[in-house]
Ligand binder design. Sequence first.
Ligand SMILES: Nc1ncnc2c1ncn2[C@@H]1O[C@H](COP(=O)(O)OP(=O)(O)OP(=O)(O)O)[C@@H](O)[C@H]1O
Length: 658
Amino acid sequence: MAVLEKGNITIHTENIFPIIKKSLYTDHEIFLRELISNSVDAISKLKMASLAGEVQGEIEEPEITIRLDQSKRTLSVSDNGIGMTADEVKKYINQVAFSSAEDFITKYEKSANDLIGHFGLGFYSSFMVAQKVEIDTLSYKEGAEAVHWSCDGSPEFELSQGERTTVGTTITLTLQEEEKEYAEPARVRQLIKTYCDFIPVKIKLDGEQINKQQALWKESPQNLSKEDYLEFYRYLYPFQEDPLLWVHLNTDYPFLLNGILYFPKLKPDVDFSKGQIKLFCNQVFVSDHCEEIIPEFLMPLRGVIDSPDIPLNVSRSALTNDRTVRRIADFIAKKIGDRLKSLYNENRDEYIRCWEDVGTFVKYGSLKNEKFKQQVEDLIIYRTTYQPTPATADTPQVEVQKESGDAWEEVSTEESKTTSTQPYTTLKEYLDRNQAKQEKRVFYCSDPSTQGTYVELYKKQGLEVLFLDSFIDTNYFIPFLEREYSDVQFSRVDSELDQTLVEDDKAQEIVDPKTNKTRNEVIKEIFEKALNKPRVNIKTQAIKSDDPQGTPPAMVLLPEAMRRLQEMTALMQDRSMGFPEDHVLLINTSHPLIQNILELNQGAIIQGSGESPTAEMVNLMCQHVYDLALMAQKAFDAEGMKAFVERSNQVLTKLTQK
Ligand SMILES: Nc1ncnc2c1ncn2[C@@H]1O[C@H](COP(=O)(O)OP(=O)(O)OP(=O)(O)O)[C@@H](O)[C@H]1O
C-alpha cells in the first residue's frame, strides 16, 4: 500500500486528545451520534449532487451499516454517501477538523464545564472511545481513488491509498479497552434508539434495520390524523395520560424550525423549572433539557423541537443570550398563544374542558412574559356563579390569527360535546355585566369549601362571584390582577358584606327605652359580654333576604387589608397562616335566632339577675352562634372543637329539661 502522506497534525493536538477524552464530554456515547450525523450529511450531499446532475448513473438506496467485532474490539460505521478524495480528507479531516478543534479547546479550556456538552468536535469525538480511528473512503467524483486514513490518537496520522470499491465512507474505531462496551450489539442498539431513532436513513446492524421511527414533526400537518399525534406522544412519553391539545410548529424563515408541542395534564406538583421537551437537530436527538431555549413558562409543555439553527456548540449562557434562540423562544410562545386563541374562539366547550390545566399555564405565562400576557389576556376565564340563559349568553368575539402550515388539533371527548355545566366568564365580561350593580368591584371566592356560605349569600342576592381558587390564583394571580386592573377593587367574599346585601331598616329602632339603645347596639353588647373576646370585632347588620331563616345567623369576616397583612407576615416568616385571632364577627340581626336571643335577653333583664338560667342560656347561645360561624370558616382548633362539643351537650340538656 503506497503511503500518500505521513505527517504531523499541525495544530497543538498534544493538548487536544486528553481534553477530548476527559473533560469535554461527560457522555462518551455521543461519538456514535456524531459519526451517524456525518454519514447522514454525506448521504444528503450525494443526493444533492445527483439532483444537480453531477453523479453518473442512479444512486443506491441510502443506507448506514454498523459492524461490530467484539474480539477485535472494533466498531465501524459505513455509509454510501458522497465519500472524500485524498484532498478532501486533508482539508476536512486534517486541517478543518483539527483547527476547529483547536478553536474549540482554546475557547473552552478554562471552562470545560460551561460546555453544552453536545456537538462541536464531530468526527474527533471518536477519540473519546477509540485508540485508533481509520477512514476508508471513495469519492463519487469521476476518477476518484480510494483513500485510507488512520490515526492512533497521537498527533500523527497516515494517509494512504485505500481499497474501497464503492462510493461512500467507512469509519472504523478500534476501541480502548475501557470502552469495549461499544462493540456490544445491545449497547449499540440502545444508543441508536436514543439518538438516531428518527433519522430518515436506514441504519442496519447484523442485516436488520434498527432505527424505526417516523419523525412526525417533519411531516405536513395536513397528512396527520389525531391518532398519529396521540401515538407519537405515547411513544415519547410512555405510560402518561394523553395530552390535552397540541400545536405543530413549522417554519423556515427567519430560522428553520419544526416541532410538535403538547399540553399535558398538569400534576398538582408541577415543577415549572424542569423541561421535558426533547431537542433535536436534523432529526438527531440532542438533549432532554432545553431550559435555555424554551422560555421558562413554556416548560410544562412536552414534545419535540428540531432546529438546525440552534447553536449547539456554545456555552449555556451564550445560548440564552443568542439572538436566534430568543427569536425562536418568541416564536414558540406566539404559536402557543395563537393555538389557545383559536381553540377559545372555535370550540369554547373544549377550551373550558382543558382550562383547569391550561389555565395554570396561561396565568403563569402572563405573570412571566409581557408579550404572552398581551396575547392571552382576553382568553383568561374564571368559573363564575353567573348562570347564563341561552338568550343572554354572549360569546365574546376574539380575533383569530391563522398561518398556513400550522395545524391545530385537540382531543375531543364525548363529554366535551355536551355543553359545559360550569359557567365560565372573562373578567371583561364580568365587569361589563355587573357594571350597574357592582360598579368596578369584583367579588371572588378563594376556597369554596370554607367560603361556601358567603358565596351562596352573594348568589341569592344576585351578586356574581368568581372563583379564584387555585394555588397560582391565591398566591400570585390575584395580586397580578390588582396591578393590571388598578381601578377595580377585588374583594374576597368573606372580607366584608357588600352594602347591597344588608338592609338598615330596623337598625335604628330603639329597643331599650331606659337607655335609648338601638336594637343593633343591644345585640352587639349581648355578644360582646357573652364572648368576652376583645380581639373579635363584633358588628351587627341585617342581611337582606326573603327567607331570613335561610341566611346565616352570624358570619366571621376577615377584612381584605387586614387579611393580606397577615398573609404577608406569615409568608415573610415562612410559616403557614393560622386563622387570625383578629377578625370580625358579623351578627345577622334579621335572623330569627338572633331575634330570639334578643328577646331571651330582655326576659333575663326583667328578672334583674345576670346569673339567672335565662342569662346563662343567652351566653351559651351567643358562644354557640360564634362557634358555628367559625366552623363555616374551618377555623376550629382542637381546644375549640372540644369546647364546642361540650357546650352543644349542655345546650341540648337544657333544652330538653322539663
Ligand atoms: N462519513 C463522511 N462522509 C463524507 N465526509 C465526511 C464524513 N465524515 C466527515 N466528513 C467530512 O469531514 C468534515 C469534518 O467532520 P466533523 O464531524 O469533524 O465536523 P462537521 O460535521 O463539519 O461539523 P459538526 O461539528 O457539526 O460535526 C465534514 O464536514 C465532512 O466534510
